[in-house]
Write a protein that binds this ligand. Structure first.
Ligand SMILES: Cc1cc2nc3c(=O)[nH]c(=O)nc-3n(C[C@H](O)[C@H](O)[C@H](O)COP(=O)(O)O)c2cc1C
Length: 428
């Protein structure tokens, strides 16, 4: 059953009687403003920033504005059902948390706060390959489920190790991110000269991995690279790397391994030559359902199914990779038509509210992933902030269905901006 929007409204309005107001703003613009105040300059640049001139960040939002719900009246919608089945498991809500890496920039022990928030709100978390904790330490708290996100490393052994670990820790699926075979051109981070991974943040999945440990020892034993000039900033970075590396700070300071781990990570984390043949090998490498993240073209969606993939996630990484890329809501109908009901189609990038979720579902998405908004909830109020952002999105989704005369998302009607003729749902 869908989360009752009225329950959430009641909670807020009743709290208001005794002078309590929501700690986390309930709409995105205020949420974003509050989060910015709660974050360091570097964290804000990393999370809010996009590629290039951030046209795609804006395009993702513009695409939602170009699609309008056409409410239908008098349909007697007393109860709404937004539950959805994906890979044989029924989820209460058509919402997952998108994988977001390096969240330790935002708050300490961030991924544990996120998984607690997700569990409180009853939604699954997609655990990033760039999390600040190993999946094994996050998974036990993911009572509403979790999936594992993978960046395909240049080391096949490391890929196999990540896949085996995800399976052993009970992931519901593996989400292979295709759109980050190299890092996009991100001016906000570039202008600060800041990359979290170079400071040992967001590499815990790697430093907890036996294959990566071997690669790191090889780096440490190999020809040593010239140490950076010992400026005060370089010393601070070294201290940060030692602090972020597993083990005792004092030991890390004396060991070559923390720096070697960062160097190794930067060398192996993603494979620019990744191609369809690699993806085809996944069927023999893991028993987990495989979702490809970053699919935007109908032909890529068809090809994904041809090579045995189980689902696709229409994403442009929140506009962080290809500036000028197509908006995901615009790409969605073509992908849904190509998939033709054979596999789940998820969407992210630009989802900011329950109304956005409703529009994506109306255009054929099976479920939707929430990105930056939950990171902002985290910045403001930790696990409770994550839970509140998610609950608010779900509450608005439920109220939107009620007000649009839709008992379930499939009943929603959406028209292109400026028209009232609903789009014919592409789902078969
Ligand atoms: C700070 C940040 C870090 C991210 N890290 C990852 C990651 O580690 N793996 C991944 O597949 N996607 C990552 N993404 C992309 C998200 O999974 C998702 O596609 C994106 O946030 C959707 O855009 P939106 O936040 O504007 O809605 C990241 C996004 C942000 C904002």
């Amino acid at each position: 059953m869908g989360a009752s929007g009225r329950v959430r409204q009641d909670e807020v309005y009743r709290g208001g009687i005794t002078g309590r107001r929501p700690v986390v703003p309930t709409a995105f613009p205020a949420l974003e403003r509050r989060a910015k105040r709660a974050m360091t300059r570097r964290a804000w640049a990393y999370v809010a920033g996009g590629a290039g001139s951030e046209e795609t960040v804006a395009a993702n939002r513009a695409a939602f504005a170009r699609h309008r719900i056409v409410p239908r009246m008098l349909r007697g919608v007393g109860e709404r059902d937004t539950s959805v089945e994906i890979f044989g498991r029924r989820y209460d809500h058509p919402l997952l948390l998108a994988p977001i890496g390096a969240l330790d920039l935002v708050s300490r022990r961030a991924d544990l706060a996120v998984v607690h928030g997700a569990a409180q709100a009853g939604v699954p978390m997609i655990v990033s390959n760039q999390a600040g904790f190993p999946s094994e330490e996050i998974a036990p708290y993911a009572t509403a489920g979790w999936w594992s996100q993978l960046y395909w490393s240049t080391s096949d052994d490391l890929v196999d190790s990540f896949l085996a670990r995800a399976e052993a820790a009970g992931a519901g699926a593996v989400v292979v991110t295709l759109d980050t075979t190299v890092l996009g051109w991100r001016p906000r981070d570039l202008d600060l000269g800041h990359l979290p991974f170079a400071r040992g943040l967001g590499i815990a999945q790697y430093t907890s991995d036996p294959v990566f440990a071997r690669l790191t020892r090889e780096t440490a034993d190999g020809p040593s690279r010239a140490a950076p000039t010992p400026t005060p900033a370089a010393v601070r970075t070294l201290l940060e790397i030692s602090r972020n590396h597993p083990g005792r700070f004092a030991d890390n300071l004396r060991s070559p391994l923390p720096r070697a781990a960062v160097e190794t990570f930067l060398r192996v984390y993603s494979r620019p030559t990744l191609n369809w043949d690699d993806i085809a090998t996944l069927r023999t490498r893991t028993r987990l359902p495989v979702v490809l993240k970053g699919v935007l073209h109908p032909d890529d969606a068809r090809r994904a199914l041809d090579v045995g993939v189980d689902g696709v996630l229409v994403s442009n990484h929140g506009g962080r990779q290809v500036d000028g890329s197509v908006a995901t809501l615009d790409a969605l109908p073509g992908v849904v038509a190509a998939v033709d009901g054979r596999a789940p189609v998820l969407l992210d990038s630009g989802v900011r509210s329950g109304s956005d979720v409703a529009r994506a579902l109306a255009l054929g998405a099976t479920a939707v992933c929430l990105g930056r908004p939950f990171a902002y909830g985290l910045a403001i109020a930790g696990a409770a902030g994550v839970a509140q952002v998610v609950r608010d999105v779900l509450a608005e989704l439920d109220l939107t269905l009620a007000l649009a005369g839709a008992q379930r998302p499939a009943d929603l009607e959406v028209a292109p901006f400026g028209t009232t003729e609903p789009v014919v749902r592409p789902r078969g």
